[in-house]
Write a protein that binds this ligand. Structure first.
Ligand SMILES: Cc1ncc(COP(=O)(O)O)c(C=O)c1O
Length: 387
């Protein structure tokens, strides 16, 4: 255990405030690097002095590479300009206007800080608009009361959230037809694999037929599969969508976007946060939008990720490990947890940081050299991990 891990165990409840960065989530147990001191491009410097080629990219929050120079410059400028002010910044308007042409149907926008908040806001809007309470959902939508159960969520609230299986039209129809009609259908459009377009289309039709609000949770997929995420890729338009993570390339910004008539119902409720209008993250988002305007970010990520996925599949098949996901978000999964942990730690030994299970995220900063280096690390690590 490093000194930082010992100090974290004393000072930080549960070791870290981001559960998916803890030792179990990352490596399936202890002995991996626990803390970092900086990240730049694709490289992360750990607190114990290693430099690793990273594929986790801040859990998908970084699609342009860590410390992307334009984003850094924008952030520095915004901090010097005060970071936050007494009135909303003009940046809020500008980024909202630009999101309207980036995400299909993003007629108006409301900014928040986290993905979980954005989902809660979208569901709140749906409940106001429909005067209903039930929510059908698929995927992960953050820690707030509702989709992600666990101790402390009142059963009366948990009961209102019904999980539906991914990419299953019949199950969605059954769930939508049973009990009280839903206020919202909230779908994470990619869960470990691509959906059939028919599933997204069925959700669209069901929502329209039953008078429910269709929400795509694109926290991971927007500004990764394309600016417009799954809605753009599969050509199915939700009523509302949630954006976050790569939207500001790692700065804390999320948004709920969508139909102006629905978004206008925010006037009937209260969704607001003191720092939703700070300048720094909005400036980062504007810099991200500029990069997307002049660079084929999605094409690059799809190419690098596709090559990685294809080559990993060859290695993985031979070693009996599952290689899953899509080019833009892929993962390795081992049947034996011990082998998995040894493999991930061996990768670290060879200078490559990957996360256990879903997902690893290629970025604009990854290229052929990183793919080649990673594959030789993976080959060696598979040997060392045994089977
Ligand atoms: C699809 C999806 N929705 C919502 C969230 C929650 O976002 P946050 O952790 O910023 O609250 C996540 C986080 O991983 C996510 O992947």
């Amino acid at each position: 255990m490093t000194d930082w891990a010992r100090r974290a165990a004393e000072a930080v409840a549960g070791l870290t405030s981001t559960g998916s960065k803890g030792p179990d989530a990352m490596f399936g147990g202890p002995d991996g690097p626990t803390h970092c001191v900086r990240a730049e491009g694709v490289l992360v410097t750990t607190a114990d002095g290693r430099t690793l080629l990273d594929w986790t990219m801040g859990l998908g929050a970084v699609a342009l590479g860590y410390a992307q120079p334009d984003v850094v410059a924008a952030v520095e400028r915004a901090a010097r300009e005060g970071a936050v002010g007494p009135l909303p910044p003009v940046l809020e308007v500008e980024v909202a206007e630009r999101l309207a042409s980036a995400y299909p149907g993003a007629q108006t926008v409301r900014f928040l800080k986290t993905g979980a908040e954005a989902v809660q806001a979208a569901v709140r809007i749906a409940r106001v608009a429909t005067a209903r309470e039930r929510v059908l959902y698929c995927g992960y939508h953050g820690w707030l009361d509702g989709a992600y159960g666990g101790a402390g969520v009142p059963p009366a609230v948990a009961r209102l959230w019904k999980s539906v299986p991914f990419d299953d039209v019949a199950a969605l129809e059954t769930a939508a037809g049973a009990g009280e009609p839903p206020a919202a259908i909230v779908l994470e459009p990619v869960v470990e694999r691509a959906p059939a377009r028919a599933w997204l289309e069925a959700a669209r039709e069901l929502a329209t037929d039953r008078g429910a609000v269709l929400i795509f949770d694109e926290i991971k997929t927007a500004f990764r599969l394309g600016r417009g995420g799954a809605a753009e890729r599969w050509g199915v338009r939700p009523d509302l969508a949630t954006l976050g993570k790569a939207l500001a390339n790692g700065l804390p910004l999320a948004a709920v976007v969508g139909r102006a008539d629905l978004m206008a119902r925010l006037r009937d409720t209260w969704v607001s946060s003191t720092l939703a209008t700070e300048f720094v993250s909005l400036a980062a988002a504007r810099a991200v939008l500029d990069v997307w305007d002049r660079t084929d970010v999605a094409g690059h990520i799809a190419r690098v990720g596709g090559t990685m996925l294809q080559r990993l599949s060859g290695e993985g098949r031979a070693a009996g490990c599952e290689v899953g996901g899509i080019a833009e978000m892929w993962f390795l999964r081992f049947a034996d947890a011990g082998v998995e942990r040894r493999f991930l730690l061996a990768c670290v030994g060879h200078g490559v940081l990957m996360k256990r299970g879903p997902y690893n995220f290629p970025s604009l900063a990854h290229g052929e050299a990183e793919v080649t280096r990673t594959l030789s690390a993976v080959r060696a690590a598979l040997e060392e991990a045994g089977g």
